[in-house]
Ligand binder design. Structure first.
Ligand code: CAO
Length: 444
């Protein structure tokens, strides 16, 4: 998969292996070809300045492409002689990042890890004496904190990837320690309180008037948006809207929220929306498909990797929850918590950001009722959700009751999806959310 290539190349970003012949010389870290067509990254943060002494594995800087955020770490003991870029500059593939005057190597360092770049990725890549060890940064940290050599742990994940459980099992065998309960997500929301849904109050900053025009390069997430939205323009969009009464779901979530909270997970409406979408996609697989460039072939995707448009400080990103079709609502919630946490820290990895098959955009968490969502190619459909509002509606006896209304706006690629299909899908989605108990019947 391309992600592996990306990470392999990321791991080469900061340069080459230290050899003793380099001691005392000024060496340059060059930004190597990082694959995926990426030719440039933005310098997000420098962790060092000229004159600083660094050791191997000290963080040097944080760079951001339109796909991932990566920490570059030093391969060398030495002194930083030159930073080749200022903050927010674009660093180019093949050009030097920093100059380091190398110091003496410690004996033990020659056979340690040669991985300079820590991608904020699920799949970081270590090479130890020619062997590849796959482990996440969190797992490597856990191993380090417990003085465990990754090379001694047998990984039970895909391709021998070392998982957190492998470290805990190893630790248990070594020390007889009892395994801690399954980890809680780090987001600990304040205990939920039942309430009517209202439009969030906008927080406004004091206005600033500079009196000057400003031109700046389009980069980072915005640049990615230029690319994908220009491609989306070529797709003839069909729009379809409806309203959904979420009164039952509002009640159900209020009941389940404290339980999820006790398990360390914030439970919003999104996991229910995602599950209902996935159940709908099982019936209408054409909405979870992609078409080739000239629209000659349709590929029906087996996984429901549902993307979530996410508003972050740095702009719009769309990570996806993988395989929603086999996830419980709680599992979706926990994954969403993780994506949201990484998203707001600008640390989502390439795996999280690629491979989506359908997208939901919950603009309603910010405000608004209707939207005209734009398809994210190569996907063929997207849903936009408005704010849930307490509104009067009539029941079948003509009596007024308090409903919790949310508007949903779907867009489909009208080359392959007709309006009736979209309407059938939307009706099914609506029925699951208006009668959440129905989802139980179809959950795997
Ligand atoms: N109506 C009313 N309340 C809503 C809501 C809606 N449609 N959606 C979320 N909420 C509530 C949540 O339930 C939560 O309330 P509680 O504290 O009582 O649980 C609160 O708003 C905050 O939710 P959240 O935003 O943290 O989490 P979420 O899972 O609902 O949504 C995400 C996650 C990533 C979709 C959202 O944070 C976000 O970024 N939305 C913007 C999407 C966007 O920009 N779309 C445009 C794309 S095109 O440019």
């Amino acid at each position: 998969m391309a992600v592996v290539t990306l990470l392999r190349t990321w791991s080469r970003i900061a340069g080459r292996l230290v050899s003793k012949s380099l001691q005392g010389q000024i060496v340059q870290f060059k930004l190597s070809d990082i694959g995926e067509g990426i030719r440039e990254v933005t310098i997000k943060e420098w962790y060092v300045k000229e004159g600083d002494t660094v050791s191997q594995f000290d963080s040097i800087c944080e760079v951001q492409s339109d796909k991932a955020s990566v920490t570059i770490t030093s391969r060398y003991d030495g002194v930083i002689k030159k930073l080749h870029y200022n903050l927010d500059d674009i660093a180019y593939v093949g050009k030097p990042l920093v100059d380091i005057e190398t110091g003496a190597l410690k004996d033990s360092e020659e056979d340690v890890v040669e991985t300079p770049a820590v991608s904020h990725s699920e799949h970081t890549h270590q090479e130890i004496k020619g062997q590849k060890t796959l482990a996440t940064p969190a797992v490597r940290r856990l191993a380090m904190e417990n003085n465990i050599k990754l090379s001694e742990v047998v990984g039970s994940g895909k391709d021998g990837r070392i998982l957190k459980e492998d470290i805990l099992n190893y630790l248990e065998k070594q020390t007889g320690a009892i395994l801690p309960p399954s980890p809680k997500a780090e987001i600990m929301p304040s205990p939920p309180k039942p309430k009517d849904r209202t439009i969030p109050i906008p927080i406004s900053k004091p206005p600033v008037f500079t009196g000057k025009d400003r031109t700046e390069p389009i980069k980072g997430f915005q640049k990615a948006m230029v690319k994908t939205m220009s491609a989306a323009l070529k797709i003839p969009h069909f729009g379809y809207c409806d309203e959904v009464d979420l009164a039952e779901l509002v009640k159900l979530r209020e009941e389940l929220q404290p339980i999820a909270f006790a398990r360390g997970v914030k439970l919003t409406f999104m996991p229910f929306f995602l599950k209902a979408t996935s159940l709908g996609l099982l019936q209408f697989p054409i909405l979870n498909a992609s078409v080739d460039e000239n629209c000659q072939n349709i590929t029906y995707k087996s996984s429901h990797n549902i993307g979530i448009a996410m508003d972050t400080e740095k702009g719009l990103i769309v990570p996806n929850v993988k395989n929603v079709q086999i996830c419980s609502i709680f599992e979706i919630a926990a994954e969403l918590n993780r994506l949201q946490k990484l998203g707001s820290a600008g640390q989502l990895n390439a795996t999280d950001l690629t491979g989506g098959t359908f997208t939901l955009s919950n603009i309603g968490s910010i405000g608004g009722t209707y939207t005209k969502p734009v398809i994210l190619p190569p996907e063929v459909a997207v849903g936009g959700l408005g704010t849930i509002k307490a509104l009067p509606r009539f029941n079948q006896k003509g009596e007024v009751y308090k409903a919790q209304i949310m508007n949903v706006s779907w867009s489909g690629d009208h080359r392959i999806i007709d309006g009736a299909t979209m309407s059938h899908f939307s009706n099914l989605w609506k029925s699951y959310l208006e009668n959440p108990g129905l989802m139980l019947l179809d959950l795997k």
